[in-house]
Ligand binder design. Structure first.
Ligand code: ZN
Length: 264
């Protein structure tokens, strides 16, 4: 039971018992975030569509059972699933990547990630370097290409999304930034990965000092992102936050985790 609760709490910064996971498979109305950027996820789990006449980019495909809802949302907005050319991911846990294999099959899109992210996706989340390994559900393995590096710009037609490596919640965590324009105004949109330090029983962040150092660099990197609009894999976690305050919350959570591990 404890394992189940922890698995359901996978990407939140809240104690397991405080997480309301029921909405995760509930449909949500698709809507424009800004310009050509749309929310096509469910209640509580983001899936982001960035569109162009030459094809679309989809970021995150949460939970296999949500695929039908995501595809219905895309069609409801007037777009074709088959026009998705590229699928990206925030981090390779089931609640953000469990539907990617099927979405890639249905659309014919290529999945690209960093080497670390692709390794996790190809294992269906069954990665023993994951702080939550053993507590998080595994899912259909994704044939991801691991050619993305920090700062790389990925293009589909006129779309240009920049990768930012943000390890910490997982080893392969990645943030994505791009510009969307509407009525002559352009805004920087930042889709920033979960920054919560959560660990399975037996995993201690303090046993991995290099990883902790990378996690701290992630907070600095996220705080400095171009970020007129912040979107997070769990959309509620970004509400009212900037990239800087989102990073601050993650840093505080990591410090609390390290304090807990040291018995303070
Ligand atoms: Zn997660």
């Amino acid at each position: 039971m404890r394992r189940t609760l922890l698995a359901l709490a996978a990407c939140t910064a809240l104690p397991a018992f405080a997480v309301d996971t029921a909405p995760w498979t509930q449909p949500a109305e698709p809507h424009v975030i800004f310009g050509n950027t749309y929310y096509v996820g469910t209640k509580g789990l983001s899936s982001i569509l960035v569109t162009s006449p030459q094809g679309h980019v989809l970021i995150d495909g949460p939970m296999d059972e949500n695929v039908g809802r995501i595809e219905a949302n895309i069609r409801k907005l007037g777009f074709r699933v088959e026009d998705i050319k590229l699928i990206l991911n925030s981090h390779a846990h089931f609640d953000h990547a469990g539907g990617i294999a099927r979405l890639a099959k249905d659309s014919g899109a290529t999945v690209r990630a960093t080497a670390a992210g692709a390794k996790e996706l190809r294992q269906g989340g069954d990665d023993d370097s994951d702080p939550q390994h053993g507590d998080v559900r595994i899912y259909a393995k994704v044939e991801a290409i691991g050619d993305v590096t920090d700062g790389m710009v990925l293009r589909v037609g006129p779309l240009a999304l920049t990768a930012h490596v943000t390890p910490g919640h997982t080893v392969g965590g990645t943030a994505w930034t791009w510009q969307s324009c509407e009525g002559g105004t352009c805004k920087s949109i930042a889709y920033v990965d979960s920054l919560s330090a959560l660990a399975a029983d037996g995993y201690r962040y303090s046993d991995h000092p290099a990883f902790v150092a990378d996690f701290r660099k992630t907070f600095d990197r996220v705080a400095a992102l171009p970020c007129d609009i912040l979107v997070a894999p769990h959309p509620d976690q970004a509400v009212g936050k900037t990239c800087k305050t989102y990073a601050d919350a993650g840093r505080k959570r990591l410090d609390e985790q390290l304090a807990k591990e040291s018995g303070r």
